[in-house]
Design a protein around this ligand. Structure first.
Ligand code: THU
Length: 134
């Protein structure tokens, strides 16, 4: 699948973000090895700590449906009153979830408009990872 297709899906997923507290909306689209895509958005909560990021929503949807082999994720984020323009790198907790299920060459596509999109491998954004299975 083209990166541009995965980016379109993360932009679409971002529209479902539930962000009454931060007003910062994030979308993610996770590509499985078999070509299936799971999307996610961030979902906030009045008690704050139950808030879940877009990336983890996508991962947990996929894993809960039996998928554990992943190729790439596209992520976009911005205040909910704006369209995303600059990249929105994943938080440390989401990077830890990525490392649980993904190989070091898993691709992290960070959407930015007008040529600002950046692509990293998981090993680039999560060096010295904690993994009990290594
Ligand atoms: N957020 C994500 O969805 N993904 C990240 O990797 C960083 C943060 C969300 C959580 C919260 O709803 C909002 O962005 C502001 O932190």
């Amino acid at each position: 699948m083209r990166d541009s297709t995965l980016i379109k899906k993360c932009l679409e997923a971002r529209k479902s973000a539930y962000v009454p507290y931060s007003h910062f909306a994030v979308g993610a689209a996770l590509l499985c090895a078999d070509g299936k895509v799971y999307t996610g958005c961030n979902i906030e909560n009045a008690s704050f700590s139950p808030t879940v990021c877009a990336e983890r929503t996508a991962f947990f949807k996929a894993v809960s449906e039996g998928h554990k082999d992943f190729e790439a994720i596209a992520i976009c984020g911005a205040p909910d009153s704006e369209e995303p323009t600059v990249i929105c790198p994943p938080c440390g907790v989401c990077r830890q979830v990525m490392q649980e299920f993904c190989r070091p060459d898993f691709r992290v596509i960070l959407y930015g408009s007008e040529g600002r999109t950046k692509v990293y491998t998981l090993s680039e954004i999560m060096p010295l990872r904690f993994d009990l299975m290594d």
